[in-house]
Design a protein around this ligand. Structure first.
Ligand code: HEM
Length: 204
């Protein structure tokens, strides 16, 4: 942020820096926005690409459907299904009730905090039959991997484009892609805010 304040260019962070100069944002707020964009925008899609590839390598029939198809609808559906199935933002969305609400006989009082585990919602068998099965042809559009409501993911159109490009290209361009180590040797990000793998060694 300091760099963009001193030497602005034609980019997003320089636009945020301009708001600091106009007194609309503090330097700290602007820097936090930069960090949010970096984590929300990079960690998420990067992990979806690696983890999605691993999930497909584990499900070769599903991978074959993607690899052998040039139907953009199938690719778009596969991206939604992988978002549902993998649900990489696995820490739950936090909200505060503004008024009393009753859900399934349970009253949540105004002012009470709620943690909504969207990963569990994405495995709701009433919405997604046989939810633990990866099925790139299912209709997964009602998933909540991008959250829900006013704060749902700002970057979801960009994320969808990125994932559709990758899932629709990678396995066709490298049809012999395979994991280079057994799954037990792959280090998973159990400790991160965004779930994924630290590395995915592959061969072809
Ligand atoms: C696969 C990729 C992604 C996933 C799974 C994802 C998921 C999420 C989730 C679950 C939330 C919280 C929603 C809520 O509380 O209801 C969120 C918020 C957000 N995401 Fe993403 N995201 C992804 C990609 C991106 C990208 C590419 C960007 C930006 C370039 C981005 C920017 C944001 C921002 C700024 C917020 C905060 C919105 C707010 O609080 O109003 N995300 N994302």
């Amino acid at each position: 942020m300091a760099e963009k304040l001193a030497d602005p260019a034609d980019d997003l962070l320089s636009k945020v820096a301009a708001r600091v100069r106009d007194g609309e944002l503090t330097r700290q707020e602007a820097a936090q926005m930069g960090v949010l964009l970096l984590i929300a925008g990079h960690e998420t899609t990067a992990n979806m690409i690696a983890l999605g590839t691993l999930a497909l390598l584990q499900n070769p029939a599903q991978l074959a459907l993607l690899r052998d198809s040039d139907d953009p609808k199938l690719v778009a559906g596969a991206a939604e299904e992988l978002l549902r199935y993998l649900n990489i933002t696995h820490s739950g969305r936090r909200r505060v009730a503004l008024e009393d609400v009753e859900i399934a006989g349970q009253v949540i009082r105004a002012g009470e905090g709620i943690i909504m585990p969207n990963d569990i919602g994405n495995r709701d068998p009433d919405v997604f039959p046989d939810p633990d099965r990866l099925d790139v042809r299912r209709d997964a559009r009602r998933h909540v991997a991008f959250g829900f409501g006013v704060h749902q993911c700002l970057g979801q159109p960009l994320a969808r484009v990125e994932l559709q490009v990758v899932y629709g290209t990678l396995y066709r361009r490298i049809p012999t892609l395979a994991a280079a180590v057994p799954i037990e040797e792959i280090p998973f990000k159990h400790d991160g805010q965004v779930y994924g793998v630290y590395e995915l060694p592959v061969t072809w």
